[in-house]
Design a protein around this ligand. Structure first.
Ligand code: AMP
Ligand code: MG
Length: 400
């Protein structure tokens, strides 16, 4: 049996980043840019007014004061989106709206609130400084400048900048296509009433949710029975995806047939069984461009397997340069014990108390238990050589 670290190494060695694609802007949300993005234009693209008011020549206004207001002649109206026809000569001004192109000759804008207008005459009672209330062309972004670098996640904020620059597509690492299959004669769809001996298929939902949070594209293959024929058909379909997650049927029970079919269909085994709890019987393999996980069927096992192993594949495929999740230190607020020889991941609740991070178990830890899973916001990692960790000790925590 290999260690968690050895398994992670094998996974990363066998995962290649997907080829970047030109992706429609709105489909790129959450994806990672595969190229640096340079501005193809200045932003703002032209010098414009930052206020509703009057475009003026600042030198004209030097003499304005409350005792002797300056009066300028209004020569044009400029709503946003229009092009000025007139040039400002000394003694004139132009009515201008926020975002409208500044007319030639003007070098500042006086706010409407600071003026008195009578017919074609505009009065102001103070000097206006050069460039006051003006947005200069290129003051935000200069044409040719790097605006977003390769490796950046496309956020809603970044999408706004890309849109302003006219990028309707961006070069990014595409979503991984991930197929999920649940296996087991005891499983029924979640909308069915429970009958004796049956349980609902919860894993495929947890997995789908985890995948969606990682921005993967999910293909649900439903539930396969523990029979060679049922598994064959569905596994054949799953092997057409980038990543195939089969939950259940990889242990050593007589009905655990998944590995038999993998072998039959030419899936090369890269590892089977890891010194981890929960999730020991995890299988990892590949066939052509498809990576395959056989995840242990217990809900906590498949969840932890996803967090510690499957996520690495998604992150690396989708262009993340550092796919391993960082752990943090937290102080244990209860005694914990565990079986030596396997790394234990305990479902936990981590909270800040007076600035210090504290952590405790989130409840019953059986790998079939869903309640502690639903409540947890972290996993505590207890190393292979440790059997008992007393209250007050620092432990490693992975935030979920
Ligand atoms: P297996 O890995 O197939 O031996 O299953 C281990 C345990 O996980 C059994 O108790 C199964 O009933 C349970 N299990 C398997 N698949 C699922 C699933 N999709 N949802 C919930 N529990 C499951
Ligand atoms: Mg089973």
């Amino acid at each position: 049996m290999i260690s968690v670290e050895e398994a992670q190494k094998i996974i990363l060695e066998n995962t290649k980043p997907s080829s970047p694609k030109r992706i429609p802007l709105m489909d790129s949300l959450g994806l990672i840019l595969a190229e640096d993005v340079y501005a193809n234009t200045d932003l703002p693209p032209f010098t414009s007014s930052a206020m509703d008011g009057f475009a003026i020549r600042s030198t004209d206004t030097k003499i304005a004061s409350s005792s002797s207001p300056l009066s300028l002649k209004l020569i044009e109206d400029l709503p946003a989106g229009t092009i000025p026809k007139k040039v400002l000569i000394p003694g004139t001004c132009t009515r201008i709206m926020t975002g409208a192109l500044l007319p030639k000759g003007a070098d500042a804008v006086v706010m409407a609130e600071e003026t008195e207008v009578e017919g074609r005459e505009v009065r102001m009672r103070r000097p206006v400084a050069f460039a006051e209330n003006i947005r200069l062309q290129g003051e935000d972004v200069k044409k040719g400048k790097l605006v977003l670098s390769k490796g950046t996640v496309v956020t809603p904020q970044a999408i706004g900048l890309l849109a302003a620059l006219g990028f309707d597509r961006v070069c990014a690492f595409p979503k991984a296509r991930v197929a999920i299959l649940s296996t087991g004669d005891e499983l029924i769809p979640i909308s069915r009433r429970l009958s004796r001996g049956k349980i609902r298929d919860s894993n495929s939902y947890t997995l789908e949710a985890l995948l969606k949070k990682e921005n993967a594209e999910v293909i649900r293959l439903g539930i396969a029975k523990d029979s060679l024929d049922s598994l064959r058909g569905k596994i054949k379909k799953g092997l057409r995806s980038d990543l195939f997650l089969v939950a259940g049927g990889v242990s050593v029970g007589t009905h655990d047939l998944v590995k038999t079919i993998f072998r039959e269909m030419g899936v090369k085994e890269l590892f089977w069984k890891v010194r981890i709890k929960p999730g020991k019987p995890i299988f990892f393999g590949k066939k052509g461009g498809t990576l395959v996980f056989g995840l242990p069927g217990n809900p906590a096992s498949s969840f932890v397997s996803f967090e510690i192993f499957v996520r690495l594949v998604l992150r690396k495929k989708m262009g993340e340069s550092n796919p391993l999740s960082p752990f943090q230190k937290a102080v244990l607020t209860q005694d914990l014990s565990h079986q030596e020889g396997r790394v234990d991941f305990i479902r936990a609740i981590a909270e800040k108390d007076n600035g210090a991070l504290e952590v405790r178990s989130s409840g019953v830890q059986g790998s079939h238990c869903l309640s502690s899973l639903a409540r947890c916001n972290a996993l505590i990692r207890l190393d292979e050589g440790v059997s008992r960790v007393p209250k007050g000790k620092e432990v490693e925590v992975l935030f979920l």
